[in-house]
Design a protein. Structure first.
Length: 563
């Protein structure tokens, strides 16, 4: 789920940096992957690392491979690829998103949004226009980037040597986002706690209808649900096969990702209910993991039928005959105008195969890869971005629940509003009015309880942190994860506390290197343990607190009774 930052502006800046090297292109190193040959796209003199951009890891998912499982790329050794052509998967954004951003901006400025008109979706068949695809958007988007420090690349294929690897899986509500983030700060911090550094990988995966179409009719036609999760798996397996060519160690891979990225990681940890061997990584740092808990076949069927209608198709075979322009436009239109405030239409679903049950249920049942080591994080205020300001009464909260989780039974709505989150505003429940009550339901039910499921599933042997730098909204920690330095008086956009940014980066990189998060000058990061300890990162200090998600509320959400 996207957060509140300017994606287009950030993407443009990062792409510009990727394609600019201080050395002549011909002098940059080459890596032979067997099926293709790649030359580094650029070299960063300050950080002394190479970036190998836009490496194809799967065949183009177009034509007969649209809405199909990822396949190995064809061999093409006729030329050396310099990765100069940027790629992102087709993007979409719900129409409520800018309204929500304005509400939070108003809150930041002390302006009331209480009179915001009730947002009513215009429906997938709305004639409203959607923004056309950007210059980098293409269905042929299954590419990844590798950033490798010069000294690590120089030792590639050396006997007994391999550097730890960080693999970023982006968020964006499962409908937007891309592999483009600047890892320079992370790479720099990885070298501060010792001589070793890390290799950084970021990957694209299909989004929206092109990555998450599902439903009985779709499956009956041979379609496979949760294709985007298979894309991620395919890319992670590519890392296992090829990262040694860049000096990385396939047995020291840490995946990390925020929001939809963190939720994807939970689905990867619990993939196939743990029945198909270990995950293609050894460690994980899910940040604010979230998704809408969809189990309803009827909801999935309705979503598929709407996409068929938008494309004037009657079957999966018809969809595969569409032009890219038509498929991309229908995807953007459905995601823009169909969901209610807080909804995204598409995302992971329970499919009986890759996701046999909701991840929380699989973790409770012990059906997951128990050998993965986990450091997990969440933010204090995950819910406001996804909660309309007019959710200010029990009746409107109930309506919003039905909009957010369309298949939720009335008995669950009643239990949530009457028992789990009663209209008691003396502070004892963690909220003081109906609006904070409403977004507390989203915060816990969609996001933060997931972190508790991981910790208890792994027998409390995880590391858990709480990002609490005000206002600690969903997505505000991304700027800290990718902090690129700067003096205290001139911090990069989105970062207000340098100490927290550096500490978070050192926790991530030290965890990747040693399996134990540590930061210079910061108190010891203890395991979650039976006392449910989390490390709070705040402007007032970094200290240990009790996890509020170790609660009866999360115990109830974990049962999966909402769909």
């Amino acid at each position: 789920m996207k957060g509140l930052f300017g994606f287009a502006a950030a993407l443009g800046a990062v792409c510009a940096q990727y394609s600019t090297g201080d050395s002549a292109n011909a002098s940059l190193p080459i890596v032979d992957l067997g099926y293709e040959i790649y030359r580094a796209t650029g070299y960063n003199d300050t950080g002394r690392f190479y970036n190998f951009s836009n490496i194809r890891y799967a065949a183009p998912p177009v034509g007969d491979l649209r809405l199909a499982l990822p396949e190995a790329p064809a061999t093409n050794r006729s030329s050396i690829n310099d990765g100069s052509v940027g790629r992102i998967c087709p993007q979409a954004s719900p129409a409520w998103s800018p309204l929500s951003a304005q509400v939070l901006t108003n809150s930041f400025l002390g302006i009331s949004s209480a009179n915001t008109p009730v947002y009513t979706p215009s429906g997938a068949n709305s004639t409203s226009n959607v923004t056309g695809p950007g210059p980098l958007e293409t269905e042929d988007c299954l590419f990844l980037d590798v950033f490798v420090p010069e000294k690590i690349l120089a030792r590639a294929n050396s006997s007994g040597y391999g550097a730890p690897v960080l693999v970023w899986i982006y968020g964006g509500g499962y409908v937007g986002g891309s592999k483009y983030n600047n890892p320079a700060g992370l790479l720099a911090e990885s070298g501060k706690l010792g001589d070793a550094e890390v290799v950084y990988v970021s990957l694209n995966y299909r989004l929206g209808a092109l990555g998450f179409t599902s439903g009985p009719s779709f499956n009956a036609e041979g379609g496979v649900s949760n294709l985007a999760l298979y894309d991620q798996r395919f890319a992670l397996e590519w890392v296992q096969k090829n990262i040694h060519l860049f000096g990385g160690d396939k047995d020291r891979v840490t995946v990390f990702g925020e929001s939809a990225g963190g939720g994807s990681i939970m689905h990867q940890i619990t993939a196939y209910g743990g029945s198909k061997g270990p995950a293609p990584f050894q460690q994980a740092v899910p940040q604010s993991p979230g998704w809408t808990p969809v189990q309803s076949s009827s909801y999935q069927e309705d979503t598929y039928q709407k996409f068929l209608s938008l494309t004037n198709s009657s079957s999966l075979a018809d969809i595969r005959k569409l032009s890219s322009e038509a498929a991309i436009r229908a995807n953007a239109q459905q995601i823009a105008y169909d969901p209610p405030w807080g909804g995204y239409v598409y995302g992971p679903v329970v499919d009986g195969l890759f996701t046999p049950l909701l991840p929380g249920q699989l973790l409770a049942q012990g059906r997951f890869d128990k050998d993965v080591r986990v450091m997990v994080g969440h933010n204090t205020n995950e819910g406001p971005y996804f909660t309309p300001p007019y959710a200010n009464s029990t009746e409107r909260i109930a309506t919003q629940l039905k909009h957010t989780i369309p298949s939720i039974p009335q008995s669950s709505v009643d239990y949530i509003t009457d028992t789990l989150y009663p209209a008691i505003f003396d502070g004892s429940q963690g909220y003081t009015d109906n609006y904070t009550r409403a977004y507390s339901i989203v915060t816990e039910g969609i996001f933060t309880c997931n972190t508790n499921y991981l910790s208890t599933g792994f027998q409390n042997k995880t590391y858990s942190y709480l990002f609490a730098v005000p206002p600690a909204y969903h997505g505000f920690d991304i700027a800290y994860t990718f902090f690129d330095g700067g003096a205290t008086s001139r911090l990069p956009t989105g970062v207000t506390n340098r100490t927290v940014a550096v500490a978070l980066q050192e926790f991530i990189t030290s965890f990747a290197k040693t399996g134990v998060p540590a930061a210079e000058g910061i108190m010891k990061f203890q395991m979650y343990g039976p006392d449910a300890k989390v490390l709070e990162l705040n402007v007032t200090g970094i200290e240990e607190v009790h996890d509020s998600n170790a609660s009866k509320r999360c115990n109830w959400w974990q049962k999966g009774l909402v769909s």
